[in-house]
Design a protein around this ligand. Sequence first.
Ligand SMILES: Nc1ncnc2c1ncn2[C@@H]1O[C@H](COP(=O)(O)OP(=O)(O)O)[C@@H](O)[C@H]1O
Ligand SMILES: [Mg+2]
Length: 255
Amino acid sequence: MTNPPANPVLRTSGLGVTYGGVHAVSDVSLTVGHGELVGLIGPNGAGKTTTIDAISGFVAHRGSVVLHDVDLSGASPHERVRAGLARTWQAVECFDDLTVREHLDVARSRGGLAALLGDAVRFRRARGADDEVDRLLELLDLGSVASSVVTDLPHGTQKLVGVARALATGPSAILLDEPAAGLDAAEGRRLSARLRDLAESGTAVLLVDHDVDLVMHTCDRLVVLDFGSVIAEGAPEQVRSDPRVQAAYLGTAPS
Ligand SMILES: Nc1ncnc2c1ncn2[C@@H]1O[C@H](COP(=O)(O)OP(=O)(O)O)[C@@H](O)[C@H]1O
Ligand SMILES: [Mg+2]
């Protein structure tokens, strides 16, 4: 799938964010279809994280964010999650003493950590919760470490837990901010394969990463940002050979 989908799950139109006088993101329109894996790339400071912050509602923005034909443009981050939009963060965020399974249990509980601690026994017995957690553990190949404390695991595995945790809210679209940062080549390949499985399971995935090779090999379609604006989009090979993209990456050119 290298053309934008006719009926996208996620659609932004004219997205813009200004910090003080800085136009961090200007007029970004992009779409992600059902089961599609779209890469959002661009040099440092291009506006990738700000785009994810805007879509997920963590910064005020111009333009619109539409999920399944529901306009979320004025919605809070919490409302966007409830509507089916999930995200991860550039840094790994884990609770120190919880196991992988407990992280997912917490994320599954709608009230979050406070609700879980208040009613842990009943929550653990809730029918259905364990089935979904088991499905996520299998999807991300985390079954063998389900009982391990997350902070004891290798960095790459912690990143997968972060993705699993975002998925535990049951999103139809997920925004991943640099999930491969700090991973070695083997961990990067493993992550890439799991993200393909995730998209094939029907989730719309927007993947931000500075590892151009990983993004090129993983994604169906790419959108390239430079100075906050879209400078190219299309199939990975087409984008790689685009002179504007090569110029934007001068010094960190796609290999
Ligand atoms: N909270 C902020 N306040 C002011 N400027 C910011 C803030 N966050 C990002 N910026 C600026 O916005 C631009 C885009 O940043 P960012 O979205 O983090 O880029 P990327 O994720 O592509 O590296 C940069 O010029 C950055 O300095
Ligand atoms: Mg960033």
